[in-house]
Design a protein around this ligand. Structure first.
Ligand SMILES: NC(=O)c1ccc[n+]([C@@H]2O[C@H](COP(=O)([O-])OP(=O)(O)OC[C@H]3O[C@@H](n4cnc5c(N)ncnc54)[C@H](O)[C@@H]3O)[C@@H](O)[C@H]2O)c1
Length: 261
């Protein structure tokens, strides 16, 4: 979808980090933006700082009634949503499966996987009926590989998002609706603090050095470009492939073994 044809984007997790970077990139191209976020204070600050180009709506993406309210409010103000950025998420808890509380697993799945689905549930049908639209789902490098310890529950959610995005792309292509999957590597954002703010547990990773020169604004530009190209996958970092290749090589070896035995 060329962004000159898009009038209204709805961005979850839009009050911070990657969501805000994406919202800024879309607004810079003349798209009216609704940012939806659970953090009402950050939402108010962002809307105040952006003047008239953003509207804010408080939403917990786990809350399906809340989705209906937020959708009605946003579309009454700015018209039908052409672009959904289903992005809100929380950080990995830093724990292995054997040591994490079930509540922590459930929270990660509820926000990082079901919350992404809830946005699709709210908007995809309308886009299909109108024969127009684009959906971006935020997965992660951890939605392609599972090599870092303490990220298992997060990876389970993000692999689920990867599956949703790929399936949704095939389902909606005949209706003229595009779908892209965003796979960020590490980007400096407020993810850890925002996770703790809503009661999520988080333990520092011991085997992972988190540095990056990719910014949320860079990711916003990549997403805007990908929407225009209807790109299936958006890779933010140059060093993601070796881990993916190792996984694919191991899967291929197992396939080759079956061919031979
Ligand atoms: N930053 C990274 O390195 C990185 C890497 C890979 C994937 N991601 C993914 O990118 C997405 C955005 O994360 P970020 O790094 O920009 O973090 P961030 O904390 O800066 O932004 C996330 C926003 O989502 C909001 N949010 C959290 N739970 C919510 C809920 N239930 N309902 C509505 N809003 C909610 C937060 O309040 C926050 O404003 C997440 O899905 C995250 O998993 C981030």
């Amino acid at each position: 979808m060329h962004l000159s044809e898009a009038r209204h984007a709805f961005v979850t997790g839009g009050a911070s980090g990657l969501g805000l970077g994406i919202a800024d990139a879309l607004a810079a191209r003349g798209v009216a933006v609704t940012i939806a976020d659970i953090n009402d204070e950050a939402l108010a600050q962002v809307v105040a700082s952006r003047g008239n180009s953003f509207r804010g709506v408080v939403l917990d993406t786990r809350d399906r009634e809340g989705w209906q309210r937020a959708k009605a409010e946003a579309e009454t103000a700015l018209g039908p949503v052409d672009i959904l950025i289903s992005n809100a998420g929380i950080a990995p808890n830093g724990k292995g499966f054997a040591e994490m509380d079930p509540e922590s697993f459930d929270r990660i799945i509820a926000i990082n996987l079901t919350g992404i689905y809830n946005g699709i549930w709210a908007f995809a049908g309308d886009m299909a009926r109108r024969g127009k639209g684009h959906i971006v789902c935020t997965s992660s490098q951890a939605g392609l590989v599972t090599t870092v310890t303490g990220v298992g529950a997060y990876s389970a959610a993000k692999f689920g998002v990867t599956a949703i995005g790929e399936a949704l792309r095939a389902e909606l292509a005949p209706q003229g609706v595009g779908v892209s999957l965003l796979f960020p590597g590490y980007v400096q954002t407020n993810l850890a603090a925002n996770t703790q703010r809503i009661g999520g547990d988080i333990r520092q990773y011991s085997n992972f050095t988190m540095t990056s020169d990719v910014t949320p604004a860079d990711v916003g530009e990549m997403v805007a470009e990908a929407i225009e190209q209807d790109a299936p996958y958006i890779i933010t970092h140059k060093d993601i492939w070796p881990g993916v290749e190792r996984r694919m090589t191991a899967i291929k070896a197992a396939c080759d073994y079956r061919l031979e035995h």
